[in-house]
Design a protein. Structure first.
Length: 205
């Protein structure tokens, strides 16, 4: 039986990485063969692209940025996602194509449909079985980002107007596909968010 692709989306500081790191082990406890990967990245070529797109020293045109993310995603799909899904493994993915739709399509104002077309070409049409969209207020996100102890990357340095557009983009995506998206309140403690995520996946397990 083919595995399931579960993606975790949201603005920076909503707790995506924390949830992803807890979700895969909890699924394994329930008898599901599950692995965790991140985006962009997950395989060597894609990790190298990740370094490029996050480097604050680089000036990258929005279209170039969108294409770099799509290229990293295409390599991840062919090298890791499709083989693992075909073997029956569930994949928990920290970001996937919805990030490009929200960040480049809405945030960079390239157009969600245009960015979707590029990404569907890159992924061969692969779509998540369930997308967990995390929401948290601005103060919570800022506090969490500040607690990382790392300098903000190139995207994290954008202004509030950019992130407002990204948030609206995510909301539009979730409203358009309510069967795929589960919107979770990520403002609470990690265990509460994990419990909500597991409940949102109950029909797939």
């Amino acid at each position: 039986m083919r595995g399931r692709l579960v993606t975790i989306e949201g603005l920076d500081g909503t707790g995506k990485t924390t949830l992803a790191g807890a979700l895969a082990p909890r699924l394994r406890e329930r008898g599901v063969r599950a692995e965790l990967l991140r985006e962009p990245g997950g395989v060597e070529l894609s990790e190298r692209v990740r370094d490029l797109v996050k480097d604050p020293a680089l000036r990258i045109d929005p279209r170039t940025e969108a294409l770099l993310y799509a290229a990293a995603r295409a390599q991840l799909v062919v090298e890791a996602l499709e083989p693992l899904l075909g073997s029956g493994t569930w994949l928990v993915l920290d970001r996937f194509l919805d990030s490009s739709l929200a960040y480049q399509g809405a945030g960079r104002e390239l157009g969600i449909d245009a960015v979707r077309a590029v990404n569907l070409f890159g992924t061969g049409g692969l779509m998540p079985d369930r997308t967990l969209l995390l929401r948290a207020d601005a103060a919570t996100r800022a506090q969490r980002r500040g607690g990382r102890g790392a300098a903000p990357d190139r995207l994290e340095r954008e202004d509030d107007a950019f992130f407002d557009r990204v948030a609206r983009g995510y909301d539009e995506l979730a409203a358009a596909e309510p069967g795929r998206f589960a919107v979770l309140d990520a403002g609470g403690p990690p265990q509460a968010v994990l419990a909500a995520a597991l409940a949102a996946l109950a029909d797939l397990v």
